[in-house]
Design a protein around this ligand. Sequence first.
Ligand SMILES: Nc1nc2c(c(=O)[nH]1)N[C@H]1C(S)=C(S)[C@@H](COP(=O)(O)O)O[C@H]1N2
Ligand SMILES: [Mo]
Length: 309
Amino acid sequence: MLIRIPKRWEIAERDATPEKHYLNRRELLLGAGFLGAEALASAAVDPKGLYPAKKNGSYTLDRPVTEEAAATGYNNFYEFDPQDKYAPKELAQRFTISPWQVEITGLVDKPKVWDIDDILKQFPLEERLYRFRCVEAWSMAVPWTGFPLANLVKAAGPKSDAKFIRFTTAKKPKEMPGMVRTPWYPWPYQEGLRMDEAMHPLAMVVTGMYGKPLPKQNGAPIRIIVPWKYGYKGGKSIVKIEFLKSQPETFWHQLQSSEYGFYSNVNPTRSHPRWSQSFEKVIPTMERRKTLMYNGYQEVASLYDGKEF
Ligand SMILES: Nc1nc2c(c(=O)[nH]1)N[C@H]1C(S)=C(S)[C@@H](COP(=O)(O)O)O[C@H]1N2
Ligand SMILES: [Mo]
């Protein structure tokens, strides 16, 4: 197995944690029996023939679509590996995603525990091309398959005092070796949006990419994508969606509140305390590009006053 030393630009969100907490990965992998996971890697299955979904031509790119192998082979999914972006692809393969349920709860008229199959039956899928920008400054462009988050919100019937939404992601330590290695992290990974952000037509519930069901390392079977925000706002492998009165605490904000705000809109003029955000590096070539305000999705500007963090 290749143990890779991250390049400088890859040193990232995880720096919130002192390096001494990291145990020797190889020892842990051996101990936990994770070597050989590669052999278990399997292609996503699509028994209902939902993919590829109809393309929505309104979403166009100013750059080429990222090669599928790069977008599905270079991941941030700390539950599987908090250090090595090439590792989740293998380590996530033994993660079980069937059966899968998503609980809708909190300030709603229609609380419900959805089975993933019923979500896929209820909400018509479409494909959209979106830019994607990680706070660490790498970026890509991906054909996501899913549906507007607003459709799920409307189906839940939010009460008038529901002002925020919290997304909770899977916590299955037996299948998530990175989570076991980092007990000091505030698991499960949680994220949140303000209600008007969640209702914006760009905010998406994603169940597939590249015309196929989501690979496990990209957040199967269901994740969120908010293309005008840094990538960490889009929780992977969602199990609960809660409607709340007040702004929820989030994973990265809890770890390092001075670096990761609740809003986290892509903004080239607001540097991260440890690096500039004015440029990005496009995976896999690491070609340098200027970062765009709101990642180029200017239509969201009216939701903000420009000072949000
Ligand atoms: N549950 C969970 N969701 C997560 C993360 C994570 O570690 N755990 N990482 C986030 C970060 S930092 C990014 S950049 C994106 C990466 O998504 P991708 O691997 O599909 O590109 O997922 C986000 N969602
Ligand atoms: Mo990220």
